[in-house]
Design a protein around this ligand. Sequence first.
Ligand code: R5P
Length: 360
Amino acid sequence: MLRATSTFQYSVPRSFVQSLEGKAMAVATTPVNVERQLAWTAAGPAPSPFPAALLAGSANPRLANRVERALAIRLAACTTERFPDGEVFVRIDESVRGLEVVLLQPTSPPVNDHLIELLAMADACRRAAAARIVAVIPYFGYARSDRRDGRRTPIMGSLLADLMERAGIGHVITLDLHTPAVEGFFRIAVDNLTAVPVLADTLRARVPSDAVIVSPDLGASHLADRYATILGLPVAICHKHRISGNHVSISRVTGDVAGRPCVVIDDMITTGGTIVECVRTLRAANAMPDITVAATHAVLVPGALRRIASAGVRKLIVTDSVEITGEPVKELRPIIVSVAPLIATAIRRLLDGGSLRELA
Ligand code: R5P
């Protein structure tokens, strides 16, 4: 037996696997339940016949604890360790045989570690005879790699979909995917939730009625439309070109921003380069200098928050899909809106056989 040298350990102390609110559910050892199958045919989706277990990897323990509280299902115990050479070791510390396993793990930085951990946990549950594995991946890394960018390049989003299915994941729940193309890479069900309504609610009290929603590039324009519809505001779109991983340039903005307060929205912020360039472009187009930024995933690399603050942004609203790490910046304290209630509602509806449509 390999022994892992614990350079890193994450263990959720409260053990337990329990049924949703103690509801009586069909015994897991009888996976084919004729009555339920009939109910499905007659009246649409039926509740899961399996008791549920909630598991979380090490990527975002705070979010995991919030989801745990919102769902009232205790996190099952698991251990994650790193060998000295960087390899990942995981162990599910209680039985998941015959259970519907909900596995929460955003693939946030360090992306490759968290991804491998997710795959390893799914593989462990599959080999331990879980009935079904639902991966909740609030931030889905590599989603920007959705097509071949020239010759001899991979499509990482597609590769990840294959790996996840191969590891035994039977259903994916994610949040504001960078592109819907990623859904198409899966042959299993994918539910792409959106944080736009909760972020827009937070913005509502903070932006004046003559504000403009600004999309920093064409790709985020559908997201901008959703904010604009909820808030009843017009949209402007920037024309962005990516020069390298940490360098972008914006040539112009289409839409009326002169003399108006702007709200820049995006699905994610990584280096902050897009936001900084967008702010520069808006100021050059005579927008009001006080610019608000809202994004779902704060994948902030070191220095990103400082960079955005230095561009003069004083209001930044993000979710807790990714754990924000690094040095706080005095002038820019992000407002963090939790997506735990949204994720908990989605999980509950999924297990109860309900629709997730209004969450997407
Ligand atoms: C790109 O298409 C995304 O929607 C974001 O605009 C981008 O990934 C943000 O990255 P960064 O903060 O490094 O500019």
